[in-house]
Design a binder for this molecule. Sequence first.
Ligand code: KIV
Ligand code: ZN
Length: 558
Amino acid sequence: MTASFDWRGFDPGGDVVRIFDTTMRDGEQSPGATMTSKEKLEVAKTLSRLGVDVIEAGFPAASPDDLRAVRGVAETVGLEPVVGRPQPGPPIVCGLARATKGDIDKAWEAVRPAARPRIHTFLATSPIHREHKLRMGKAEVLARIREMVAYARSLCADIEFSAEDAGRTELDFLAEAFRAAVDAGATTLNVPDTVGYVFPDEMEERIRTVREAVGTGVVISVHCHDDLGLAVANSLAAVRAGARQVEVAVNGIGERAGNTSLEEIVMALRTRRAKLGLDTRVDATQLTRASHLVSRVTGMIVQPNKAIVGANAFAHEAGIHQDGMLKHAETYEIMRPETVGAAHTQLVLGKHSGRAAFRARLAELAYPLEGDALDKAFARFKELADKKKSITDADLVALVSDDIAMPVERIRLCALQVACGDLGMPTATVRLETGDPEAAQEHVLAKVGTGPVDAVYRAIDDVAARLAGEAAAVDLLEYAIQSVTSGIDALGEVRVRIRPKDPRARLVPEGGEQARVFHGHGTDTDIVVASAKAYLSAVNRVLAARAAMEERAERGVA
Ligand code: KIV
Ligand code: ZN
């Protein structure tokens, strides 16, 4: 049976550009950016509050975990608008599917609880993909598009079809492929520049050709990759030519060099609205918060000079610039920092602040915590307030983000002490716990390392090996530390990326070639403790992924 399609706001040629967010699908394809279901749900809430029109929540056929995560988003964020969402109604929740019945069935199973479900199915159309990947002729490609789009449409009323590698597809065949998709029931046609190859004038030509070929009854969409640094420029070119949906990811994360950056597209359209006469429905004041959250849960650091959300995006260093700014902000500023939610950090709370003030400030920062989550965060806030005189918004966000980014803790840190200096033998004594909190097993051990962090990591490695043997051994690929705010009592924030050592334990995703990279994140006023928390959260992710893989193998599921 076909679910009824909500046509409200469906104006394929209007002045609203729909924002289709793929942070949780293409964005998650960045190495090491894997998110847990809990993190995905938090990102989905943030995207809904931001006001995106479509959330591509994942690729349900990739694994049972992916299917569950997409379904979790459909059942929550996809049913009710979250508090603060700038548009009426929840966002469309979308699942990706290759053009096969199996994939489409899984995508439908995952998205169908949403009030506005969408299936996004794709098939490559370029000569190089047809010949070497699909081994299909043009006629077969067209037949598969017709068959699979029609099948998807028999399940769901909102169908997006993508012609993978559209950027390198012959223009006449691209038009033919999209006509076939529309005839079979597609409601959105997506033009992906899968390998980030085209120039803006070429993208404009592609979109115009597709528009002329299919008429005005469908939304034309664009999906660009940034291999040549042209994703935003190409997306804007597509919009000029008539595309009314842009596929984006927060912080521009995604396969290889990433996708079109959400914040850049939103602010380019808004800042230059007088030029294009187009806008999105996004609440731009939520952009900085969304950027921080995605950076934390994916472990992907935002470069300081990144447009809109980088730490230096609104910093003026040169004397001439500072002088100009003091005289008139518009001399050197085309957007105000507060427009994107990047106003200066305020000193807000301290040791004597109560639960109500803490809760209210978190709600203002768009973290409306209640119940257990609020109790836990408040306890951590009190601990921090004992060590740090004034607690800023950035501290509060770091504090609650740690909880959001916490995977199931198979190993927990109870206590830690280090001895270090330049006399050699830096030593860490660590008390860790494993197993259920009610029947936990305690492990106390001391280790020597090249420094205090290395000594702590060796102790954690030992305990991980007790739980999972050689499969738990990992290589530390990256370790980064920065302070959340300034001042000697600032919180230290550590991010790590690790990879399982044993090739058999590398948890390679189905069809993937690269071993998976896992990230971890931790904050504390003590940087060795922050380092331990970050490493533990990454190791716990490896252990969780391993357990899920073993469980699937036991059940005989791929
Ligand atoms: O880049 C691409 O072609 C994609 C499609 C699945 C839309 O991500
Ligand atoms: Zn892509």
